[in-house]
Design a protein around this ligand. Structure first.
Ligand code: PLP
Length: 440
């Protein structure tokens, strides 16, 4: 699953004790395991090998340049959704042809930046965006071979069991276009049309995290029927990007494995790939989530009267400004002290780890919001000021969604490689935070 393990009652990331990292780099601290990042990427790539896919890591999930470099070196492409992420992809050394650019609201400047030099694919989400890509392309002296390659994002209208905020392929969602609109847009921009773009791909991303294979099967089957319709209208579809959304192990091993997803998806596409279809994937969470933890130090503890008796509150130096997923999505992250001693090492990362002598507590942050918490009502060992707590499965949508709310500086990030650890983002200072205002 990952390289964060308790040995002799203390947490290690690969070969380095978590407490040594916190002592050296301070807290809150995001810690990533290189071996886990690489292992997850390799497992997914080999599970889908029969399709020879381009696996484009979703930069939004974990956008640190050094993490991106690890994956690009391993053969990953990158999925970006802004000019800023495009710049990250290029700085990380990603070949332009391995970059896909998604997102509903690309500006003309962002579109132009992605044509110079040309990226692999734009994933377009509306007619007006196709017009914008065509307009920017038309202004440039492009030969046939420099026409930007575009995949149209479709909404297959399937409803996986995910949080409403991360369901992207349901009726009424802002993402993509419905199949009727897709037919019309291919007639306008597809094969044979005299547009300065090459519209010959389809893209879908139905939500995240999806802990079942059925919604992928349904969405891909529906999209293949569309490919068939488009062919009948004279439009070749040369690429199909099936998006991301594969699960991570937030609670024990709940997620299907890469092999499980591949076993459901590969048979649907194998023949098409044989006939020349290029398949792309855009996984983020399944690669990065379990590859990172957040280390936070307890500042204070107190007991307050609760509706069902006294309630223990543990106040840490990380909160919703550091990891917003619990507050935003009600997401579960397993939290546990890094050095609980041998008797208190949990066998599973579960809601209730089933150990004796635990007492329920809320682990909260310093932010002035009742919604600021990392874990609610969890059975936890005793915790005192100065204790270090690990928040697991924090590598995806953790640091990339961190903010300066309440004017807390952004945390540092560290990459562990075997017995070594290196700072891959220094902690923001208060001066850094204020610089754009003072000198803006
Ligand atoms: C278009 C698109 N592709 C890929 C992803 C990555 O999803 P995940 O990190 O769940 O794999 C997202 C996430 O929001 C997305 O919007």
């Amino acid at each position: 699953m990952d390289a964060f393990t308790y040995i002799d009652g203390r947490l290690l990331c690969e070969g380095v004790p978590a407490s040594a990292l916190a002592d050296r780099f301070g807290t809150p601290l995001y810690v990533y395991s290189r071996a886990t990042l690489e292992g997850h990427f390799d497992r997914l790539s080999s599970a889908f090998a029969a399709l020879g896919p381009l696996v484009c890591f979703s930069v939004k999930s974990c956008s640190n340049l050094h993490v991106l470099r690890v994956l690009v070196t391993r053969g990953a492409g990158l999925d970006v959704v802004s000019g800023g992420e495009l710049a990250r992809a290029r700085r990380a050394g990603c070949p332009d042809g391995r970059i896909v650019f998604a997102g509903v609201g690309k500006s003309r400047d962002e579109i132009a930046a992605a044509m110079d030099p040309p990226i692999g694919w734009f994933n377009a989400e509306s007619e007006q965006e196709l017009d914008a890509i065509a307009e920017v392309a038309g202004r440039r002296a492009t030969g046939e071979d420099r026409r930007p390659r575009v995949a149209l994002r479709v909404n297959p209208q399937v409803a996986p069991d995910v949080h409403a905020y991360t369901a992207t392929g349901v009726k009424g969602a802002k993402f993509g276009v419905d199949f009727d609109e897709a037919r019309r847009l291919f007639d306008r921009f597809g094969t044979g049309a005299r547009a300065p773009i090459t519209l010959d791909g389809l893209h879908l991303h139905i939500g995240s995290p999806i802990y079942e294979t059925g919604p992928y099967v349904e969405a891909i089957r529906g999209t293949l029927a569309l490919v068939h319709d488009l062919a009948a209208r004279g439009h070749a579809v040369r690429s199909l990007n099936i998006g991301g959304g594969f699960g991570a192990d937030y609670q024990s091993a709940r997620s299907p494995s890469a092999r499980d997803y591949a076993e459901a998806i590969v048979p649907l596409l194998r023949e098409r790939v044989g006939a020349g279809l290029r398949v792309l994937l855009e996984p983020g969470r399944t690669i990065a989530a379990n590859a990172g933890i957040l280390l936070t130090r307890v500042r204070y503890t107190k007991t307050v009267p609760g509706p069902a008796g006294p309630k223990r509150i543990v106040i840490a130096d990380a909160g919703m400004q550091t990891l917003i997923r619990p507050s935003l999505y009600g997401a579960f992250h397993f939290v546990w002290p890094t050095d609980p001693g041998v008797a208190l090492v949990p066998a599973r990362r579960a809601e209730d780890p089933g150990l004796p002598g635990l007492a329920r507590a809320d682990l909260v942050g310093p932010i002035c919001e009742s919604g600021d918490f990392l874990a609610k009502d969890r059975p936890l060992p005793p915790l005192a000021p100065g204790d270090l707590v690990a928040v697991f499965t924090a590598g995806a949508y953790g640091m990339s969604m961190a903010s300066n709310y309440n004017s807390h500086p952004l945390p540092a990030e560290v990459l562990v490689e075997g017995a070594d650890a290196r700072l891959i983002r220094r902690r923001q200072t208060i001066d850094d935070m204020l610089a754009a205002e003072e000198r803006g």
